[in-house]
Ligand binder design. Structure first.
Ligand code: HEM
Ligand code: HEM
Length: 239
């Protein structure tokens, strides 16, 4: 296997080995947090230990880092491949520098989001982290599938990442809001996020199936994808 093909497997492998198990933990603790709260409201006590809420938050923060990280990795691979293919560092060095700066600024803003205590700063750093992802996603080389956005691995992934960032930014509000409004908003949005993660599993495996190995690219990309025909039909299949 060539290096470019191997590098392309790092993003899916990390998503499966690290991100999805963390999603399982977050959802498990989320369910227990809710059950504990409802049981305590109804009976004044619950057998579920109080630590589940803190554990959910801990794993939630880890999940946000993991999802943003895996998103940057997926985008980085696609953009990096495009940079190498067109040798952009010699034809457009400023563009390459801009992309590198946005990558590092996005990571820094996420770190600052975890550290920020005041609502205003959490809002600012959450917005900047999200904006960073969107700007990187707009670069050449990213397979966005905009005309079929509803099953695009890119759009679903970016939306899921933005929902995770939003969750981190409203943590204090979930705890402080006595009317539970933020808790309900958080639960509804993250139930949607679970569906989006399932979508990432489906669209990611589909994309893996569709991407040819490097040595096959010159042949495969001659094919007419709309008509589903290739220049030289395989004689064994057409027999
Ligand atoms: C798949 C992702 C997630 C799902 C499905 C989810 C769902 C939930 C649910 C159902 C609750 C309990 C609501 C209730 O008491 O009725 C909750 C609470 C909470 N969530 Fe999440 N959540 C997710 C991700 C996150 C993330 C990324 C964070 C950010 C750190 C986070 C932070 C919190 C906090 C701070 C609470 C309150 C915990 C407590 O009461 O001690 N969640 N979440
Ligand atoms: C939380 C889960 C995931 C997120 C947030 C995520 C996000 C992304 C993003 C933003 C991209 C770049 C846009 C693009 O080129 O389509 C990407 C690319 C990709 N992802 Fe994922 N992904 C996730 C899971 C997966 C899984 C489970 C697989 C496969 C098993 C997968 C396979 C791929 C492939 C094949 C690419 C294309 C790389 C290329 O452009 O050549 N992803 N992902």
């Amino acid at each position: 296997m060539e290096l470019a093909d191997f590098l392309g497997l790092i993003h899916p492998a990390i998503a499966i080995i690290f991100v999805f198990p963390i999603i399982g933990n977050v959802v498990n603790f989320a369910w227990q947090t809710r059950q504990r709260r409802l049981q305590t409201l109804a009976n004044g006590k619950s057998k579920i230990p109080p630590v589940v809420g803190a554990d959910h938050r801990k794993f939630g923060e880890l999940l946000t880092s993991a999802v943003v990280g895996v998103t940057l990795l997926g985008l980085g691979y696609a953009i990096g491949k495009n940079i190498v293919k067109h040798q952009l560092w010699s034809t457009a060095p400023l563009k390459v520098l801009f992309i590198v700066l946005i990558f590092s600024a996005t990571i820094k803003c996420l770190i600052l989001l975890y550290q920020a205590r005041q609502r205003l700063w959490r809002g600012i750093f959450a917005s900047l982290t999200g904006a960073g992802l969107v700007i990187i996603g707009c670069q050449d080389g990213v397979y966005r599938l905009t005309n079929e956005w509803y099953w695009s691995h890119y759009y679903i992934g970016i939306t899921a990442a933005l929902l995770m960032i939003f969750s981190v930014s409203i943590v204090q509000d979930i705890y402080q809001d006595k009317s539970q409004r933020w808790r309900i908003v958080h639960t509804i949005l993250n139930c949607i996020a679970i569906l989006l993660f399932i979508g990432q599993g489906l669209t990611g495996t589909r994309d893996l199936l569709a991407i040819p190995l490097s040595w096959q690219e010159p042949y495969i990309y001659q094919c007419d994808f709309a008509q589903k025909t290739c220049l030289t039909p395989n004689p064994q299949i057409s027999k």
